[in-house]
Design a protein around this ligand. Structure first.
Ligand code: HEM
Ligand code: HEM
Length: 175
């Protein structure tokens, strides 16, 4: 039988990852990207960002495994054909964007020896990261992820308050 809401682990990971991702996107855009590599603050900003990013990646891998191994509630339809077809694509799209942003971040780190510089104090930062292909991917995917999250939240609120189908309870913890 299909449950009325997602697996407890999936619900917990959804909200923990949502908070971590929003903090990662905001700090990446407004702090990390705005701090020049010559600034003494940069290493600390990078350290926090890298730990956050890798944590998000690990939690997303666990989440994907739980998602693939658990049963989910049956899909909720809005009656709007395009939106109904788009919903599962959007969920898999969100997973894909999270993987691409994390892996491209690791790509920037690998190309510039960031783990040694940031965590062992061994070496110096490049003048900036802008010319690196994974850096370009990271920046574009950050914008796409913000857009996808905004659409996802609008869709969830539309279900909850316009369709009044209690969609949020499928991801919630109440009775
Ligand atoms: C900020 C980053 C967010 C990401 C990356 C995200 C991602 C996802 C994904 C991938 C799913 C599919 C189920 C799963 O595999 O866990 C999902 C479901 C859901 N999300 Fe989010 N979410 C985010 C934030 C939010 C927010 C802020 C809300 C509430 C306004 C929300 C409400 C929901 C609801 C209600 C579902 C269940 C949809 C259904 O039953 O079909 N999400 N989310
Ligand atoms: C998984 C979640 C992650 C998110 C949401 C995220 C988000 C961001 C954002 C929004 C930016 C600024 C992009 C821009 O405005 O163009 C950024 C830059 C950056 N991120 Fe991430 N990131 C993540 C993971 C990682 C990881 C795992 C690493 C490395 C291990 C990393 C390393 C970097 C670096 C080196 C920059 C460039 C900073 C600069 O150009 O000065 N990121 N990230």
């Amino acid at each position: 039988m299909q449950p009325s809401r997602y697996h407890l682990a999936l619900r917990s990971l959804h909200w923990v990852c949502a908070v971590l991702l929003i903090i990662g996107l905001v700090m990446g855009t407004f702090v990390l990207d705005k701090t020049p590599n010559s600034s003494p603050e940069k290493i600390n900003a990078l350290r926090g960002h890298m730990i956050f990013g890798v944590l998000i990646l690990v939690l997303t891998v666990i989440r994907l495994i739980v998602r693939l191994r658990s049963t989910h509630p049956k899909p909720v339809f809005t009656g709007i054909a395009l939106a109904d077809r788009f919903a599962p694509l959007m969920h898999w799209g969100l997973y894909t964007l999270i993987f691409v942003i994390a892996v491209s971040g690791i790509g920037i780190a690998a190309l510039t020896g960031l783990p040694e510089i940031v965590f062992a104090g061994d070496g110096i930062l490049p003048t900036d990261f802008k010319d690196l292909p994974p850096r370009a991917v990271h920046g574009v995917v950050a914008k796409l992820l913000m857009l996808a999250i905004a659409l996802h939240v609008i869709a969830a609120l539309f279900h909850q308050f316009v369709r009044k189908d209690r969609l949020l309870s499928r991801m919630g913890f109440g009775k």
